[in-house]
Design a protein around this ligand. Structure first.
Ligand SMILES: Cc1ncc(C[n+]2csc(CCOP(=O)(O)OP(=O)(O)O)c2C)c(N)n1
Ligand SMILES: [Mg+2]
Length: 659
């Protein structure tokens, strides 16, 4: 029961009118993209996209990602018109105002139907790649009956120009993700003006070179749009549909210019657009007949969803599928029980990256949702386990992704996988290259999703590779990102505990900061997850307590050595291991004061930036760290050279104490 296409023009104009009026009322926003892509969106939502406004979380729905997030009014208009409960017309009227879910850029946690937070150009498309990966993986496990949907990304010139585009499409082409379709708003305009100012690239040729199918259409002609999308759907490769459009289409004097990209049209031009489009209705009024056409599409989606529910009900994999969509936190604890008991019995001296691999072995075996990978550092990040065979074009059931040297692409893809659901992604690179993917890590946190970053070689302790590879400011700067748990475990037991914690927070991503170099065990008990409090007293003072040494990761062993020397000099010293600032901050004030008492000299020891440690050491405390770049030499030499030894630290403490 598809719509009579002659109805499309007024339907598309409803999108245009809502967009220009909402932007005009807010007096800020981007009318150009929604007005330019209104015709393409109308054909897509009428004839191709599988969605049900009454059940926005239906697992086998198509995913639609508005990668060109500045055009947020397009998705707000579409959600309202097709009959999602929100946004209401009042909420659209309050576009960009405090409390309205119609934020400047679409936020996945504010509105059902917004599958991803977008706005940082390029990342929406890269997240769509991750969604398509998750879809194919679940399809391999559950079959077409249960999982078989498409992922659509609407992207602008900016999304295609960003460097991450290269990483994302390279991966998608290599993996042959045929259910992925990118609709390119090929309007040849960006903020500064014509794209001729900055690019002369043959974009479809680049896509084809990475294994994509490409097709073009007149983005204002429904028949042309339909033909191109149908071709994209039929082609087994991922597809780029170049939709030739006029930015701001419908605004007679401003369309086609960069002026409509990100500015209100102005009262005069809004009035002229009404005349030009033949739209006689007041702002924020959509006539019943046009709204009815839009709403009838929702009913079509309900049929598709009901058919899927019937297929699931009849499937012998129903229970397994539903279990796959559940949170994994509770599976992690029992999965690690025997491993932790064995560690406590015979604590190994291993690098924490190795300890991570040892924990991942039982975790990946017990938790089918875990989908691992690395940006070409598998052997260094220790991310591959015996139960995770490669995910390839010919075998999507694999659970290990060779991302290639694409850190940003990997991080964004993992965001897409987590947003899709049914998989829990973890991926590795060197900690130093967290800066390459930092904005995607930030989007994991902003979007409230459980991605795990395995970031190894986490200090000068990596040794001979030298300053280009030695993180200095990375650990502290990752702690600046809200809603991100940064773990820096001190030994094998802490590493397993931190893995359990990382998998227990589906709405908070985690970073595991892990060493290249071996670490002596500092923990010999495994009954209680002591890392869960973020920081805890590892060793109490023997002599009268004058000092509390608080350290993370590889420096916990240095703190224990230092405490030993202090005790020998009659100076009582606690040692606190602080694997996670964020979890410590969540503890009661009483607990925090108990661990870091007022009446002792607090000394932080961490082989990285000291800025930030004052929070715990105070103005009178002591910060042992590294506020300069490292050097190329063996790890042990560097630790000695930069003063991470009891011999170097004790005199600083005694001087501070005036002893
Ligand atoms: C990573 C990133 N860089 C810069 C911006 C700021 N910005 C928003 S839209 C835009 C221009 C995008 O051009 P295009 O994708 O062609 O959108 P159109 O003007 O056609 O709507 C820029 C530079 C951004 N949102 N994200
Ligand atoms: Mg453009």
């Amino acid at each position: 029961m598809s719509l009579d296409p002659s109805r499309y023009a007024p339907m598309a104009n409803a999108i245009r009118a809502l967009s220009m009026d909402a932007v005009q009322k807010a007096n800020i926003g981007h009318p150009g993209m929604p007005m330019g892509m209104a015709d393409v969106a109308t054909v897509l939502f009428s004839e191709f996209l599988s969605y049900d406004p009454a059940d926005p979380h239906w697992p086998d729905r198509d995913r639609f990602v508005l990668s060109a997030g500045h055009g947020s009014m397009l998705i707000y208009a579409l959600l309202h018109l097709t009959g999602y409960a929100r946004p209401t017309m009042d909420e659209i009227r309050n576009f960009r105002q405090l409390g309205s879910p119609c934020a400047g850029h679409p936020e996945n946690f504010l509105l059902d139907g917004v599958e991803a937070t977008t706005g940082p150009l390029g990342q929406g498309l890269a997240m769509a790649v991750g969604m398509a990966i998750a879809e194919r993986h679940l399809n391999a496990g559950f079959g077409d009956e249960v999982v078989n949907h498409r992922t659509w990304a609407l992207a602008g010139d900016g999304c295609l120009m960003e460097g991450i585009n290269h990483e994302a499409i390279g991966l998608a082409g290599h993996l042959g993700l045929g259910n992925l379709i990118v609709l390119w708003d090929d309007n040849k305009v960006t903020i500064d003006g014509s794209t001729d100012l900055s690019t002369s690239e043959d974009i479809p040729a680049r896509y084809r070179a990475t294994g994509w199918h490409t097709v073009a259409c007149d983005g204002h002609d429904p028949a042309s749009i339909r033909k191109a999308i149908a071709e994209a759907v039929a082609d087994p490769r991922p597809s780029l549909v170049a939709c030739k459009t006029v930015i701001g289409k419908g605004a007679p004097n401003k369309q086609g210019t960069s002026g409509v990209h990100g500015n209100p049209l102005g009262e005069e031009e809004v009035a002229a657009a009404r005349v030009h489009m033949g739209w006689e209705h007041e702002p924020f009024v959509v006539p019943d007949n046009i709204l009815a056409d839009w709403r009838s599409l929702g009913a079509k989606g309900a049929e598709a969803r009901a058919a899927w529910q019937a297929r699931l009900a009849a499937s012998d994999k129903k229970a397994e599928f539903e279990a796959r969509l559940a949170n994994v936190g509770e599976l992690a604890v029992p999965a690690l029980e025997a491993h932790l008991a064995a560690l406590a019995k015979d604590p190994p001296k291993v690098a924490s990256r190795k300890a991570s691999e040892m924990a991942l072995e039982p975790l990946t075996s017990a938790i089918p949702q875990l989908l691992g990978g690395s940006a070409d550092l598998t052997g260094s990040n220790n991310t591959k386990t015996s139960s995770t065979k490669p995910f390839t074009k010919n075998d999507y059931s694999g659970r290990y992704i060779y991302y290639g040297i694409r850190e940003f692409g990997m991080a964004a893809a993992m965001n897409g996988m987590a947003l899709h659901g049914g998989v829990v992604p973890y991926g590795g690179t060197f900690l130093i290259f967290s800066d390459y993917c930092r904005n995607a890590i930030r989007l994991s946190a902003l979007q409230r999703i459980g991605v795990v970053y395995v970031l190894t070689h986490d200090s000068i302790g990596l040794g001979e590779d030298g300053p280009t590879h030695q993180p200095i400011e990375q650990v502290m700067s990752l702690r600046l990102i809200p809603n991100l748990n940064v773990f820096r475990p001190a030994d094998a037991i802490e590493t397993a505990e931190c893995w359990a914690l990382a998998l227990a927070t589906p709405k908070t991503p985690s970073v595991l900061s892990l060493t290249r170099q071996n670490l002596p065990p500092v923990r010999f008990d495994a009954g209680e997850n002591r890392c869960a409090k973020g920081a805890y007293r590892l060793k109490g003072a023997e002599a009268a307590r004058k000092v509390v040494l608080v350290a993370t990761g590889s420096e916990v062993a240095v703190a224990l050595d230092t405490a030993k020397s202090l005790e020998e000099a009659g100076i009582g010293a606690d040692v606190v291991s602080m694997p996670c600032f964020e979890l410590f901050e969540a503890q009661s004030e009483a607990y925090r004061n108990e661990v870091l008492p007022e009446d002792a000299l607090i000394v932080s020891i961490e082989a990285g930036s000291t800025l930030g440690w004052e929070r715990y050491t105070g103005r009178k405390g002591l910060n042992i760290g590294l506020d300069r770049f490292g050097a190329s030499a063996p790890a042990a030499v560097l630790f000695e050279h930069f003063g991470f030894s009891a011999a170097a630290i004790v005199p600083k403490i005694t001087a501070k104490l005036g002893i």
